[in-house]
Write a protein that binds this ligand. Structure first.
Ligand code: ADP
Length: 227
């Protein structure tokens, strides 16, 4: 479903160039929960940005459902992200002036869905993350774990084919981390959805179906996770 084919990403800063990703081939299918681990600066976030159509490779190809990201316009890539990919970040990225339900509904509201429908869909997603009772609360009334569950609900609101998570448990305590990892592990569906997660947490990888290790911009290993 998401494919990186000998993908390269080079950043230029003045006269200096940084090769963040140096030729990675990785194919992710629906039903998979792929965790990506590696030292700081090894290229994990860059890889995630390529897979999530937030960026395009400088060499090789990044393909989403058969469609080459480089052949798409910025507008097409932004619609692809809006409608088909959900994102979860370490810092939750919720808007403090909106309730939980409004935060979840926001991507639909921005896409033009009417408010009643968007909030109805948001409440379904909040139920799915076991947070229906917190729908009318504001982020500053929630724990970190609750805020991240709202962020997961928001990532699901458009019923995406891929959910990409960048250090989703980085700001959470052990109990809240387990809750989020357990929720994420229930999201992949064969034929429908994959989850890809960058993490530093060795425990995080045990929730995945596959563990990819990155080092110095290269794939170090790629193995199924034994349960
Ligand atoms: P990780 O997520 O594993 O910590 P990154 O993908 O963030 O690694 O970064 C890989 C390398 O690319 C690092 O050396 C980093 O400094 C560099 N890099 C990442 N993003 C940029 C950017 N926008 N401009 C310049 N260099 C960058």
């Amino acid at each position: 479903m998401i494919e990186l084919l000998d993908a390269v990403k080079t950043y230029t800063q003045g006269r200096r160039t940084v090769s963040a990703v140096r030729g990675v081939t990785l194919r992710v299918a629906t039903g998979e929960f792929v965790t990506i681990m590696g030292p700081s600066g090894s290229g994990k976030s860059t890889l995630m940005h390529l897979m999530g159509a937030l960026d395009t490779p400088s060499g090789g190809r990044a393909v989403f459902h058969g469609q080459d990201l480089q052949t798409m316009s910025d507008r097409q890539r932004s619609l692809l992200r809006r409608d088909r990919i959900g994102f979860v970040f370490q810092a939750f990225n919720l808007l403090p002036t909106l309730t939980g339900a409004e935060n979840v509904a926001l991507p639909l509201l921005l896409a033009g869905t009417n408010r009643r429908q968007a909030l109805h869909r948001a409440s379904e997603c909040l139920e799915r993350v076991l947070l229906g009772h917190r729908a009318d609360h504001f982020p500053d009334e929630m724990s970190g774990g609750e805020m991240q569950r709202v962020a997961v609900a928001r990532a699901l609101v458009a019923d995406p084919e891929a959910v990409l998570c960048d250090e989703p448990t980085g700001n959470l305590d052990t109990a809240a981390s387990r809750e989020i990892l357990s929720l994420l592990s229930k999201l992949p569906e064969p034929g429908k959805r994959a989850v890809i997660m960058v993490t530093h947490d060795p425990n995080g990888a045990s929730y995945g179906t596959r563990l990819v290790r990155i080092r110095d911009g290269l794939l170090e290993s790629d193995e199924p996770v034994r349960k």
